[in-house]
Design a protein around this ligand. Structure first.
Ligand code: SF4
Length: 456
């Protein structure tokens, strides 16, 4: 058993923490109800879902062409584009830009890709203070934690937890309401936006035909991040392409529907380059860093490349019975839940993260809710195959499966020992159901023996 797998199993005991379950359950249910209400607005939901999957699939089919077209068009308007093969290269490029611009204060809108690159951990080396400006990200940053969920970073916290945290860190009232906390954060961040030297964002969509970056959000912090500082750095995964701008309004709505149940998020922005002459705001310098970091490896796989269609709505996490029990931190990866378990081994290696493919009951709920029709549970099975080819499987597991195959091949072998012996043997082995759960007991006489007696 590798270290990552051991850590996963150790941390998964959080599933027995009633408070954690209650907070997570409540927050996920709130999202689920909103999404279910939102879906009722779409009489032709199935057709839209097919369309979304088709557009993303088409984009991946000619990914290199679309990315080059994007680069050509946005550079024509004054932005610069860098191509980074690894997370380290992103940090090198960003570090050099921030140092050259003497950027001491950096505001950042919500972006999982900056988590993937370890941007915040590296920033002190460039003498940069990084301030998260999305409310959920700001909460976890204040708590010294990592995002818990790809869409709702503070999903594991109740409003009481947040009030307590803010009382400790900022001296706000112990009984502060969510509205009061939001107002406090807004005032706090206003100053940071005004003073920031650089803004960092991800990209919800890279729009190829016009050379644009699509951002969708609810707090306006993304828009502020790109409006006031002189330097704007976009860090985007190469898979975030949509070929044509005519599909952008649809995809903005599609993310909002599956993330929060909204018709559309409050702020939807298309960024086309740095401030042009005559414009009053916007960055003087705009740089887009396109990150691969294993995505090409995933693209080169047959069926598994479907995972690159993901629009990061978070629906599969909310639907997953494993995620709902063990929560986000147990995965030990940036991307969690079903989609995280599929892509992380390609981004970070199978030896370190291949075990996540087994954090799945194969119930298929994730695939059912995915708005771009990624067959996540099937991809997890393919990952298991790869994991087995790479590691050869654990000797304990392989030995157990051989014994299972031998015993179950003939009923007479199973019936050779009675229930009492079988139950005694089971106490010698670690429970296959895991710690804290009991396996059902064998009956003293086997089913076939009881059947024979009944029918004689
Ligand atoms: S895999 Fe599908 S359901 Fe999961 S986050 Fe991505 S788009 Fe949403």
């Amino acid at each position: 058993m590798q270290g990552g797998e051991r850590k996963f199993l150790r941390q998964s005991v959080i599933a027995f923490n009633r408070r954690h379950r209650a907070v997570l359950g409540h927050n996920i249910r709130t999202y689920e109800e909103a999404v279910a209400r939102g879906k009722k607005r779409h009489a032709r939901y199935g057709e839209f879902r097919d369309y979304a999957a088709r557009v993303k699939e088409g984009a991946l089919g000619s990914l290199a062409d679309h990315l080059e077209e994007f680069e050509r068009r946005i550079t024509a308007r004054g932005a610069r584009v860098y191509w980074a093969r690894t997370a380290e290269q992103v940090l090198e490029i960003a570090g050099e830009l921030l140092t050259r611009n003497q950027a001491r204060l950096v505001v950042k809108s919500k972006s999982m890709i900056t988590e993937e690159t370890g941007f915040n951990e590296e920033a002190p080396l460039w003498n940069c203070e990084v301030v998260e400006t999305d409310l959920g990200e700001f909460i976890v940053q204040t708590a010294g934690e990592k995002p818990y969920h790809i869409l709702t970073p503070a999903m594991h916290k109740s409003k009481e937890d947040v009030a307590q945290l803010f009382r400790e860190k900022f001296g706000t009232a112990a009984e502060a309401t969510p509205a009061e906390i939001a107002a406090f954060v807004r005032r706090h961040l206003r100053r940071k936006f005004a003073e920031a030297h650089a803004g960092i964002t991800g990209a919800n969509f890279i729009v190829a035909d016009i050379g644009g970056i699509g951002l969708t959000e609810n707090e306006g912090n993304g828009l502020m991040t790109v409006s006031t500082p002189d330097l704007h750095i976009v860090i985007a995964g190469i898979e975030r392409v949509i070929p044509e701008v005519r599909d952008l309004p649809f995809f903005f709505q599609w993310v909002a529907l599956h993330g929060t149940g909204q018709q559309v998020s409050a702020y939807n922005t298309l960024l086309m380059g740095p401030r042009a002459s005559g414009e009053k705001d916007g960055p003087r310098e705009m740089v887009v860093i396109l990150l691969d970091n294993g995505r090409s490896r995933l693209l080169a796989q047959g069926e598994e490349q479907a995972a690159l269609r993901c629009i990061r709505c978070g629906a599969c996490l909310n639907a997953c019975p494993i995620y709902r029990n063990v929560g986000g931190y147990t995965y030990g990866s940036v991307y969690t839940g079903p989609v995280g378990s599929v892509i992380t081994p390609f981004y970070e290696g199978f030896r370190a993260y291949g075990h996540l493919s087994y954090a799945c009951t194969v119930c298929g709920r994730c695939s059912e809710v995915c708005p771009v029709k990624i067959p996540l549970h099937e991809l997890l099975l393919l990952n298991r195959q790869q994991m087995h080819q790479i590691t050869g499987g654990s000797p304990l597991w392989n030995g157990g499966m051989k014994a299972y195959r031998y015993l179950f091949a003939r009923r007479s072998r199973l019936d050779r020992t009675g229930g009492r012996t079988k139950n005694r043997l089971m106490t010698l082995l670690p429970s296959p159901a895991g710690k804290g759960k009991k396996m059902p007991r064998f009956a003293n006489r086997s089913f076939s023996a009881q059947w024979k007696t009944l029918n004689n």
